[in-house]
Design a protein around this ligand. Sequence first.
Ligand code: 5AD
Ligand code: SF4
Length: 466
Amino acid sequence: MAVIMTQKNYIMKKQILFNSKKYFYIENFGCQMNVSDSEIITSILLRNGFNLSKSLKEANIILLNSCSIREKAEITLKNRLKELKNLKDKYTLFGIIGCITKQKIKYFLNKQKVDFFANPDSYKEIPKIIYSCIRGEKIIYTPKKKETYSDIIPFHFSKKIKSFLSITRGCDNMCTFCIVPFTRGREVSRDPNSIIKEAQYLFEKGYKEITLLGQNVDSYKWESKSNIDKYYKKHNKKYTINFSELLELIAKKIPFIRIRFSTSNPHDMSDEVLKIISKYKNICKHIHLPVQSGSNKILKLMNRKYTREKYLSLIKRIKTIVPECSISHDIMTGFCEENEKDHLDTLSLMNEVKYNYGYMFSYSPRPGTYAYRNLPNNVPNEIKKKRLIEIIELQKLHSIMRMKEYLGKEQEILIEGISKKSYNYLYGRNSQNIVVVFPKGFYKIGDIVKVKIQKITSATLIGNLC
Ligand code: 5AD
Ligand code: SF4
């Protein structure tokens, strides 16, 4: 723990905060993993006598759960912090948690006067850190140990329909563009006992769907001397467990909960996982399989560890083993040295796969990464933008094409909420993770219903109850 300084106004904070009820409020700036982390932090703080504030107004401790994946996310965080500091009185404590780089910590310490920082391995220390701040110390905590939070049942914010469940933390892949291995550290898999315990707890609480989360779920690997359960004892003498085995364990133990997972790295996805997806009805038929680029030259520069050919062969195996599976992607345009031919390779790969949907970004150099240090960011911004637009347009065409395949078909939908467009309509998702809108009938949120698809848009299926 590094204690940075003691200031007069912190002594004031001490007097005011020490004697008042401590209300915390968390804002998220990142991905699903950040949402899941906020639930872990909330649980830790509640256990330690802090109170969850439903509104920013009454909070005297504000935690900003940050993201560094692209520059835009960092700018959003900076602006939000400024805005909040104007809004709140000077006795409020501000902490930045989540994915934050050393450079940014320096910036926030010097320029924005943030009270404390906690990285993803030090969430258990947050209560202690807050008390140190109240005592008048400014803290940066850097733990030695990788933390999996196996013993913490997260506080679930959602409406008891679906929940995230993290199974790995960190990433070992070292894609050259990515800041995650620097902010979240090396990959660690969580104890399967605690994963199953949490999944069972969620089911008993009435949750209908869980999403197993990790930067790279397919590389999940846990080793132990003790056995997991009878099934496992019978099948695996070495007491190691990989992702396909974990998936099967959960699917068997909790057959009435829907299971999703994210994210898969094409390099690590095995046929065993595909067979398990196909074998169990409660495992959703959707795979998010980021490709990033269709050019072998760019994939190599990105250190993605697969080629275009290997990726396409995996897509073929998905379609053979799980024919009804939907596939989504992440694609990044304008990475270092990307020329027009590389871009055309990406478009042609998209034409071969015809993804159901995808997330598209233009490359944002991240200080500290291999690409930032060693590769030229030599695609002009206008070209990055132009290529991004072309990719988005092509994806729209493919999405519509894929949506048409559902016309006239019956889909099983888990109802998630009331449609934003009309109170008389509900929405939910099918197994393939596509949003479906349909008339309310007598159903409610959390029910599972059959809907026949009548109309489509590029992002939504519209149907009638069967
Ligand atoms: N610039 C732009 N996009 C990025 N991603 C990761 N790092 C960067 C970056 N430096 C994208 C990738 C990844 C997704 C989560 O974010 O496409 O799959
Ligand atoms: Fe980043 Fe690559 Fe790890 Fe994904 S797999 S988190 S892109 S380093």
